[in-house]
Design a protein around this ligand. Structure first.
Ligand SMILES: C[C@@]1(CC(=O)O)c2cc3[nH]c(cc4nc(cc5[nH]c(cc(n2)[C@H]1CCC(=O)O)[C@@](C)(CC(=O)O)[C@@H]5CCC(=O)O)C(CC(=O)O)=C4CCC(=O)O)c(CCC(=O)O)c3CC(=O)O
Ligand SMILES: NC(=O)C1=CN([C@@H]2O[C@H](COP(=O)(O)OP(=O)(O)OC[C@H]3O[C@@H](n4cnc5c(N)ncnc54)[C@H](O)[C@@H]3O)[C@@H](O)[C@H]2O)C=CC1
Length: 212
């Protein structure tokens, strides 16, 4: 299946999840992590979702989904255990302009949620195009074991130093060469051992040696 990968900015955007079970909870958690304003339509919530509601992190509409409910949402996830309800909710939401994800109908969905490993702004995702979520999960576990939190720290450090390097090295070609040579394992090893300032120093040092 051909898919176009994008990373959406969801901060403050209204997103809805229909259903309050295990699948709904997984979707809600990644939506909240992205800062979305989440509404959950379901007569019942599993304990994890109840806890989020009690903490004021989501809006719960405690009733079975009704066709008028799904206006003004950017993304809508149809995740009840009832095939016909999921389809009906998806139709209503799409007619109102939302992109829809239907938990039990990949063919009818506008998008899929990938498996993900996030460390700060570093986001590594896996898609199997709906072919095998279990494989996506397995690969996510392997990626998480290979790329630990030190990569998130490394990214934060590089992003912080980038404007400085940009002003120090005059041309795009010099900067490209610099970053290709500088992104190596020594700074990462330092970060893995918690030596943040040494890692930063290493990158700064590389910059003064390369400069014109
Ligand atoms: C199409 C898609 C739509 C969507 O939900 O966006 C979809 C659909 C379906 N999933 C099903 C089952 C399972 N889903 C998982 C897990 C995840 N599913 C996720 C995404 C997606 N699932 C989208 C495609 C993504 C892609 O392929 O790239 C992940 C990656 C992200 C997330 O949900 O947050 C998350 C991994 C999180 C992680 O651990 O990293 C597990 C594994 C487990 O739970 O251990 C199982 C059981 C094992 C198995 O079946 O493989 C079923 C059958 C239900 C049935 O049999 O009745 C359907 C419907 C169908 O296939 O028809
Ligand atoms: N896309 C994915 O990642 C996966 C999808 N699935 C599919 O997702 C579906 C849901 O799975 P689970 O969350 O495990 O089920 P679940 O049984 O834990 O949750 C179903 C939820 O839907 C709610 N619900 C039922 N009728 C409703 C209505 N008319 N309006 C609003 N809410 C209603 C129930 O109260 C319950 O909270 C299943 O049909 C399964 O085939 C299953 C595993 C993974």
């Amino acid at each position: 299946m051909e898919l176009y990968p994008i990373n959406l900015k969801l901060a403050g955007r209204r997103c809805a999840v229909v259903g309050g079970g295990t699948v709904a909870e997984r979707k809600v958690k990644t939506l909240l992590a992205a800062g979305a304003a989440v509404s959950v339509f379901s007569p019942e919530l599993i304990p994890g979702l109840h806890a989020l509601e009690a903490a004021g992190q989501l809006t719960w509409v405690p009733q079975v989904y009704q066709s008028g409910d799904l206006h003004n949402f950017f993304l809508v996830f149809c995740a009840t255990d009832k095939q016909d309800i999921n389809r009906q909710a998806a139709e209503t939401a799409r007619a109102a302009g939302a992109l829809v994800n239907i938990a039990d109908a990949p063919d009818l969905s506008d998008f899929f949620v990938p498996a993900q490993v996030a460390h700060g702004d570093l986001l590594l995702t896996v898609s199997t195009g709906g072919g095998s979520p279990a494989l996506a999960r397995r690969l996510r576990e392997e990626i998480a074991a290979r790329y630990g939190p030190e990569y998130g720290h490394y990214l934060a450090l590089i992003a912080k130093l980038r404007p400085e390097i940009r002003s120090r090295l005059g041309t795009a070609r010099e900067r490209e060469k610099f970053w290709r040579e500088t992104i190596d394992h020594e700074a990462l090893d330092l970060l893995k051992r918690g030596k943040f300032s040494e890692a930063e120093e290493r990158i700064r040092h590389a910059a003064c040696c390369t400069g014109p």
